[in-house]
Design a protein. Structure first.
Length: 466
């Protein structure tokens, strides 16, 4: 899969060169697809797992079972995805070190991120009881839904340090363009999860708690796999890493600034989906469950299209590390083209097969009927969302995180205003329209800031806008 200037799976100890780190002029479409396709496959294993969890919960007996998993999943979106900067920041920093051929900086960035991941994971474990209680109470839902969500969360949260460390491993693999290994890692984690969920729920009879425990098992075993990958692909021939290098003030400051901005950006994103779930829960368990089903469509699409965003992160970061403005522009243009083609494909599938998919995810007629009413909005979402997804990847690869955070904050404000204006008169239709307005705002707010990145490539690198 390598060759012609792009390396997708360097062997341990291989030295990076400019030809390996960045694609050349010829064959950009092929190179982007060669890099993006394994990432798309790796990403799509995530929503497949979510769909399996939804399907298992959807056949346990009541809408409250499905609602409990939906609320529990939303909780972990906040707790784990809230620290998604561990993946995104690692990808950007590693990709730039990769493009600049700086092996020592690459290693140090990964070690810093791993230490941070384990520290955050340990803190989550210390405060897990109040964290679960207050977060679920804030989201809402019936008493039965809340009980099921608590059972799911308590069974899953023990793997927090491993789940967060897995983000760092994935960020490293994407930043160094080892996409085939990234694909293998994600497949391993998710196949383990699927096997465990059937064993725990149907074999051991653990119910909703079994679904959470299966994910915890997969996270722990996934880190064992990831640790082996890190050791096998570590840069060779370097001096032993010293503590003062890991704790270098300038590097720590850059990491903190990057992570702070991405964290705030992610909180705005998750806050929007939390508000979406809250407004759906106020309309009853059936609407909550229907929205949860349709968000599987959104999640599946997002993970698929994020493959091109991840490819953009790696290629943009490498281009900036090598100070190659032409490579940057090609990475943006070609990834945007193929992401748009992917969005058209997702919309077509949802329009044509959406009802069939809904029927596979639940056997509860009331939930099926509710989901079918709002399906057109989920089918339209890929065409609206793709621009923001791709530009997220560009700004992360460029480590222009402050602009990313500001754009997301503006988009959240737009979403809140739209939901306030539309949900009252239009109900759940208004809620979905507001969500699409939010997705459109993400792309619209980032587009005017894109030329700043290209214009700054020939100057000194910075994590902040000039």
């Amino acid at each position: 899969m390598g060759g012609r200037g792009i390396t997708l799976g360097l062997r341990a100890g291989t030295q990076l060169s400019g030809a390996q780190a960045l694609p050349k002029e010829h064959g950009w479409h092929r190179r982007v697809l060669t890099l993006a396709f394994p990432i798309v496959l790796a990403n799509l294993t995530q929503p497949i797992l979510g769909a399996v969890d939804t399907a298992v919960a959807g056949h346990l007996g009541s809408a409250a079972d499905l609602g409990g998993v939906a609320l529990g999943g939303l909780f972990f979106n906040f707790v784990f995805w809230g620290f998604g900067f561990l993946r995104m920041g690692t990808t950007g920093l590693v990709a730039q070190a990769y493009g600049a051929h700086d092996h020592a900086a690459l290693r140090a960035n990964v070690v810093r991120a791993l230490l941070l991941a384990f520290a955050i994971g340990a803190a989550i474990l210390l405060i897990q009881s109040p964290l679960i209680h207050y977060a679920l109470d804030a989201i809402g839902g019936s008493a039965e839904v809340q009980r099921n969500a608590v059972a799911y969360c308590r069974a899953r949260i023990g793997s927090a340090p491993f789940a967060l460390a897995n983000y760092v491993v994935l960020g490293y693999l994407l930043g160094t363009q080892r996409v085939r290994i990234a694909l293998a890692s994600q497949i391993f984690i998710n196949v383990t999860n699927i096997v465990a969920v059937f064993a725990y729920v149907y074999g051991f009879g653990w119910g909703i708690g079994g679904i959470g425990a299966a994910t915890a098992t997969a996270d722990a075993l996934g880190f064992v796999f990831g640790a082996a990958v890190l050791w096998h692909t570590r840069p060779r021939g370097l001096e032993p890493l010293k503590l003062r290098t890991v704790l270098e003030p300038a590097a720590l400051k850059r990491l903190v600034v990057l992570n702070r901005d991405i964290f705030l950006r992610t909180m705005c994103l998750l806050g929007s989906f939390g508000w979406f779930a809250h407004l759906g829960a106020k309309q009853g368990d059936a609407i909550l469950a229907a929205n949860a089903l349709l968000l599987n469509f959104q999640t599946f699409m997002a993970y698929g299209l994020d493959g091109f965003a991840h490819a953009a992160e790696a290629l943009v970061g490498a281009a900036i590390g090598a100070r190659d403005r032409h490579a940057f522009r090609q990475a943006v243009r070609i990834n945007l083209f193929w992401a748009a083609m992917g969005a058209l494909g997702f919309s077509a599938v949802y329009w044509l097969c959406g009802s069939w998919i809904i029927d596979r995810l639940t056997d509860q007629d009331v939930v099926r009927a509710a989901a079918a009413r709002f399906l057109p909005w989920a089918a339209l979402s890929p065409l609206v969302s793709v621009w923001g997804f791709l530009l997220d990847g560009v700004f992360i690869g460029a480590t222009r995180t402050r602009e990313l955070m500001r754009a997301m904050a503006i988009s959240l404000a737009v979403f809140l205003l739209a939901s306030w204006a539309l949900v009252g008169p239009l109900g759940n239709h208004g809620l979905w329209i507001a969500l699409l307005v939010f997705m459109a705002a993400r792309g619209a707010t980032l587009t005017p800031m894109l030329p700043r990145i290209s214009g700054a490539i020939d100057g000194p690198l910075s994590t902040q806008p000039r």
